[in-house]
Design a protein around this ligand. Structure first.
Ligand code: ATR
Length: 289
């Protein structure tokens, strides 16, 4: 492997032979990924350097090529770069091809292979939480990149039906069209949600809270014993989880566990070992920084 040449804005490597990984995004300063991957490395006895690289969308293509030339061993990609990164990869794994987004870059001699572990991470966390997926009636709110990443893995997990509701109904219909090979997807706009039925699992994949907006969802959506899950974590998940509480949903969670599980899937692709994840979300919550 080529040595990873350090750049002025990056800390120097711990050792010239330690493989270096990174998370690319903007903003990136508060990313938990470096901490999660260092925890996994320590747990598995794998020496690694993992750093956060702030990158504007228009700089991504050139920087991905530079990082490959410099010997970066692998990378995670986060907002707002996932769709752009998919276009810069020499090949895409099925999950990345279907979702049109890449959150994991795997080194290949000719360039980056793109994969998407978000959906697998979501399903792994739902299982960890004891959410029943087999035959579940699932409502996915949102039809952007995060929603697209979730759909293939939900069908793989054996859900019974999927409805995608989005502020812009046409975007939900486009998602259903693009992902029809995964399964039948019913779609609607928010105004039709009152007639959409009842659901065992309600997932929020919108970015509404990140821009300070609350979703106006009907309280009639949950079936008895329903679960609610926000793919975001921390304060971004609070408005949706508050709605879930008011709608009487007892099993609620934010997406911190999904973040950990998607990282574990990426770690597995890079290192061939899947770390233990069970205690990690609690560790991160106990010490947020
Ligand atoms: P991401 O990669 O996080 O999924 P995205 O692709 O920009 O980001 O998608 C954002 C999603 O959040 C979309 O479903 C968007 O709805 P529209 O398709 O109608 O834009 C949804 N969203 C963003 N702000 C919202 C708001 N204030 N209310 C409802 N939905 C919102």
């Amino acid at each position: 492997m080529l040595p990873f040449r350090s750049r002025p804005q990056l800390p120097s490597m711990t050792s010239p032979t330690t493989p270096c990984f990174a998370v690319l995004g903007q903003p990136i300063a508060h990313s938990l990924s470096p901490r999660i991957h260092r925890l996994f490395g320590a747990q598995c006895g794998i020496a690694l350097d993992y750093r956060a690289i702030e990158l504007a969308p228009d700089a991504l293509a050139a920087r991905m090529a530079e990082l490959h030339a410099e010997g970066l061993a692998g990378a995670n990609v986060t907002l707002p770069l996932k769709e752009l990164a998919a276009r810069e990869c020499v090949a895409l794994a099925e999950a990345a091809r279907l979702s049109g987004a890449v959150n994991t870059l795997i080194r290949h001699e000719r360039g980056w292979l793109g994969d998407n572990t978000d959906g697998a991470g979501l399903v792994a966390d739902l299982r960890r939480l004891g959410v029943r997926l087999a035959d579940a009636r699932v409502l996915l709110v949102g039809a952007g990149g995060a929603a697209r990443g979730a759909v293939p893995a939900l069908f793989d997990a054996g859900i019974g039906s999927l409805t995608v509701a989005n502020r812009t109904a046409a975007r939900a219909a486009a998602l259903a069209h693009d992902l029809q090979s995964c399964g039948d997807i019913a779609t609607c706009g928010f105004e039709a949600l009152g007639d959409a039925g009842r659901f065992d699992l309600i997932l929020n994949a919108t970015s509404a809270a990140r821009s300070g907006h609350a979703l106006a969802l009907p309280a009639t959506l949950p079936a008895p014993d329903a679960s609610a899950y926000d793919l975001s974590y921390g304060t971004s998940a609070e408005p949706f989880l508050a709605w879930a509480t008011s709608a009487g949903i007892a099993r609620r969670a934010d997406g911190l566990g999904m973040l950990v599980e998607q990282a574990a899937e990426a770690f597995h692709r890079w290192h061939g070992v899947r770390p233990e994840t069970g205690a990690v979300p609690a560790q991160l919550r106990a010490q947020p920084q």
